[in-house]
Ligand binder design. Structure first.
Ligand SMILES: NC(=O)C1=CN([C@@H]2O[C@H](COP(=O)(O)OP(=O)(O)OC[C@H]3O[C@@H](n4cnc5c(N)ncnc54)[C@H](O)[C@@H]3O)[C@@H](O)[C@H]2O)C=CC1
Ligand SMILES: O=C(O)C(=O)COP(=O)(O)O
Length: 390
């Protein structure tokens, strides 16, 4: 029986994937084999030694202590692209809210409830609507910083709306580059992008190099009257610098999914409560993908869409499967194979893959009678975790 501990509201479509004959899934599971969560912050919690994997039903893993997990051989998964469409649609809403008098117009209409005569109401609205005129997105230039799953969808959407699109992504993967429209112009650097865009949308992960990447210095390069859209993370912008840029007119509007106290009461900030991925479709996609990845990992040791370990997959054969993780240094695999040889364990098939400082191994062996083998592997220097799958 595998135990999955959940945090946050996980879509039932995902939870239903775990057969209850084999899985206990609950928010208060003790000694869980795996954790399934969304934005719940794990940094201040002690990770149970029983935890083999953590699946983030979503994209950003800044709420998971990935480096600590790596040291303990805990595999961290996310669900790339599964909520990208939901975010893309809200980016469009954000751009429209910033360029048309939608919010102010709606608020204004709600103040007119005292006018009970329909023709008087219509006359008043027609006389006042000029206050809520805006401008169109067509023909404007959108800069996109981060051209991964979300950024590339935003680019396609903007091009379809008749916008010009400029992109910046120094870490673009080959797969993401293939997805990207050839109509997206490449900016040499972020400053060049900021200088020529009417709208700039951020779609980078919250990692050290992106911390406050939109700061006073970056904003000093921005085209006057730019709209900044942040559905990525709060840490990517310096809120004080954004408030200052709004004060002096460098920025016309800041649209974000991450409200900050410094923005309270500002009419030029459109702040939403982190709802970029809050659609039934995105929640289902993320939860189902995370559940499937966890099950394949727990039952077979296969890894797909981990953020710290390589993708690894090996077809099952009769026998037993040994899984171990190690620091990526010489001799570890050799030492493990020596232990197997010393215990007269016959290897059927194996795979060994590394990613940066970490390595992941699956070794299929004929059924063993010796219970000491796993302990012996565990005691090898640089091995960080080991388990046996029957
Ligand atoms: N508001 C919400 O509810 C949601 C927010 N997000 C946020 O959006 C982020 C991006 O999500 P995805 O597009 O799915 O991730 P992704 O991994 O597909 O794309 C991220 C892109 O950012 C690029 N990048 C990394 N460092 C960069 C830098 N310094 N400058 C420019 N580009 C850089 C990467 O090369 C990659 O192409 C997530 O990490 C998360 O923080 C994601 C989903 C929902
Ligand atoms: O996927 C992401 O990175 C998100 O920010 C979505 O967060 P949520 O799962 O809606 O709490």
């Amino acid at each position: 029986m595998y135990k999955i501990k959940t945090f946050n509201q996980i879509s039932s479509k995902g939870l239903e994937r775990f057969p209850r004959s084999n899985y206990e899934v609950s928010s208060d599971a003790s000694s869980p084999n795996a954790i399934l969560l969304r934005s719940h912050k794990l940094h201040n919690e002690v990770l149970d030694e029983s935890v083999l994997a953590i699946a983030r039903a979503g994209a950003g893993v800044n709420n998971v202590p990935v480096d600590d997990c790596s040291k303990q051989g805990v595999v961290v998964f996310n669900t790339p692209g599964a909520n990208a469409n939901a975010v893309k649609e809200l980016v469009l809403a954000g751009m429209l809210l910033s360029s048309r008098g939608i919010k102010a117009g709606i608020d204004h209409v709600s103040t007119l409830h005292n006018i009970t005569d329909a023709s008087e109401l219509h006359k008043t609205l027609e006389a006042q609507k000029k206050q809520f005129a805006g401008s169109e997105l067509k023909g404007k230039t959108l800069g996109i910083i981060g051209l991964g799953a979300i950024g590339s969808l935003v680019a396609d959407m903007a091009l379809a709306l008749g916008m010009k699109v400029v992109g910046f992504d120094p870490a673009l993967s080959i797969e993401a580059a293939w997805r990207l429209s050839s109509e997206v112009q490449r900016a040499e650097n972020m400053h060049a992008l900021l200088a020529k865009c009417d709208f700039v949308s951020l779609h980078v992960p919250a990692i050290k190099p992106t911390y406050h990447m939109i700061n006073a210095e970056a904003l000093s390069q921005a085209k006057r009257g730019m709209v900044l859209v942040n559905f990525a993370r709060e840490s990517i912008v310096d809120p004080e610098a954004v408030a200052k840029a709004l004060d002096i007119g460098t920025l016309a509007t800041y649209v974000c999914d991450f409200p900050e106290p410094v923005f309270y009461g500002r009419k030029d900030v459109i702040a939403m409560p982190h709802i970029g991925a809050s659609t039934a479709e995105a929640e289902e996609n993320c939860a189902m993908m995370a559940a499937d990845q966890l099950m394949d990992f727990l039952e077979n040791g296969n890894i797909k869409n981990s953020v710290n370990f390589p993708n690894v997959s090996l077809a099952r054969v009769d026998g037993q499967r040994i899984i171990f993780t190690n620091e990526n240094v010489p001799k570890v695999l050799g030492n493990v194979l020596s232990v197997l040889a010393d215990h007269e364990v016959n290897v059927i098939d194996m795979v060994n893959k590394s990613r940066g400082d970490l390595a992941y191994n699956i070794i299929d062996v004929e059924k063993m009678n010796n219970g000491d083998v796993i302990d012996a592997i565990n005691s090898i220097e640089h091995v960080t975790s080991v388990r046996l799958i029957p």
